[in-house]
Ligand binder design. Structure first.
Ligand code: ADP
Ligand code: MG
Length: 256
């Protein structure tokens, strides 16, 4: 089975980019003729020939891969190659995807995030990550303690790389929407990132994984009680000095 066959389920429906059924997705949530036409031209410039409906999120009756405040994400095909295509919402609080692309490239340069494959004013084409959002993975998957621990450590390692690269993701305290678990965890969505803010990727993700909120509660059930004081102390020290040794102390606070 080829990679592209694996990533298309029998429920998926492939449509030419000019299919009328895609109009409300390509220009979402408002139809603006000029925006729609621009996006068709931009897709063609990226070599995108079709969009594949399918996925958990439903927009105007159509299944898609995901939706946020900035973009609609669909599976798309450039020739025979599958990708994830993020399409700027017409009501997004920005006029272009340029900043997100700039931050996404920095993340990729340190091997974090889905690989960027192309971009235009309104579109980002990137590696399609097939898997589950971290919250579905933690809740639905019967994770063993050791698998949970490896996942938490892998996410924190990626956050450490982002800290080292000087890129603050900006939304990792809301980890549920920003990590997809596939063969490895993928941190997604660099729209709120910054290279000027103090980086707090490790501390934000560790709080979400180990201390507060729905994921931390689930992680606690799988891994057993975390020594919260130990985690908080390790995070405090790391917050002041972003060193590998201080990061390792956070990893050691995981209940292995
Ligand atoms: N590369 C990808 N592969 C698969 N699904 C993705 C990918 N990128 C984003 N998604 C899905 O689309 C949703 C919205 O994307 P996101 O980048 O978070 O949009 P926004 O910037 O509008 O918040 C995500 O929560 C995820 O479910
Ligand atoms: Mg977002």
């Amino acid at each position: 089975m080829t990679l592209s066959q694996q990533n298309v389920s029998f429920l998926d429906e492939e449509l030419d980019i000019r299919s009328p059924r895609l109009i409300p997705i390509i220009s979402y949530p408002h139809f603006l003729e000029s925006e729609y036409k621009d996006r068709i031209i931009e897709m063609e410039s990226l070599g995108i020939t079709s969009i594949i409906l399918g996925g958990k999120t439903i927009v105007n009756g159509a299944h898609i891969a995901g939706k946020g405040c900035v973009g609609i994400v669909v599976k798309a095909k450039a020739g025979s190659k599958l990708c994830a295509l993020k399409i700027r919402r017409t009501d997004a609080d920005r006029k272009t995807m340029d900043n997100e692309v700039r931050f996404h490239k920095i993340a990729n340069s340190t091997c974090i995030g889905p690989n960027l494959e192309g971009h235009t004013k309104n579109l980002i084409a990137m590696e399609l990550v097939t898997g589950q959002s971290i919250i579905d993975w933690v809740v639905g998957y019967k994770a063993t303690k050791s698998k949970m621990c490896s996942l938490a450590a892998a996410i924190l390692e990626q956050c450490f790389s982002l800290d080292e690269a000087g890129l603050d993701h900006g939304e990792l305290s809301r980890l549920t929407r920003h990590v997809i678990v596939s063969d490895k965890p993928y941190i997604i969505d660099f729209e709120s990132a910054s290279t000027t803010r103090k980086t707090c990727n490790v501390t934000a993700a560790a709080q979400s994984l180990l201390l507060y909120g729905i994921i931390a509660n689930k992680v606690k059930k799988i891994m057993g009680n975390t020594d919260k004081e130990k985690v908080i102390q390790a995070l405090r020290t790391y917050k002041h000095f972003h060193t590998r040794a201080n990061f390792d102390a956070i990893l050691r606070s995981l209940p292995i």
